[in-house]
Design a protein. Structure first.
Length: 119
């Protein structure tokens, strides 16, 4: 079992920055990749950025050049630094952990944190 707790969301003006954090607890040694997703009202949840266990990263086109994902394995925490925020970045942001053992693969999700960007 893995528990994920996100923090760092809030209200920010366009052009501003926020840093989201996702702290993992439980069986964290079996966590492989982690990622940030977002869901805006009336839209499907979408990948924002992902990071592998080895530190390789990938980004949605909308996030490239503005967002940076990183992880601190010692602290079992993944971060999303968001710069140059736009109103269209407004969404609930969710952290996901890819949990893998020899017998089980499961995705764990956090409860989400609201990000609102005003114009």
């Amino acid at each position: 079992q893995v528990q994920l707790v996100e923090s760092g969301g809030g209200l920010v003006q366009a052009g501003g920055s926020l840093r989201l954090s996702c702290a993992a607890s439980g069986s964290t040694s079996s966590i492989n990749a982690m990622g940030w997703y977002r869901q805006a009202p009336g839209k499907q949840r979408e990948l924002v950025a992902g990071i592998s266990g080895a530190g390789a990263t990938n980004y949605a086109d909308s996030a490239k050049g503005r967002f940076t994902i990183s992880r601190d394995n010692a602290a079992n925490t993944v971060y999303l630094q968001m710069n140059s925020l736009k109103p269209e970045d407004t969404a609930v942001y969710y952290c996901k952990a890819d949990y893998r053992t020899l017998w089980l693969r499961k995705d764990y999700w956090g409860q989400g944190t609201q990000v609102t960007v005003s114009s």
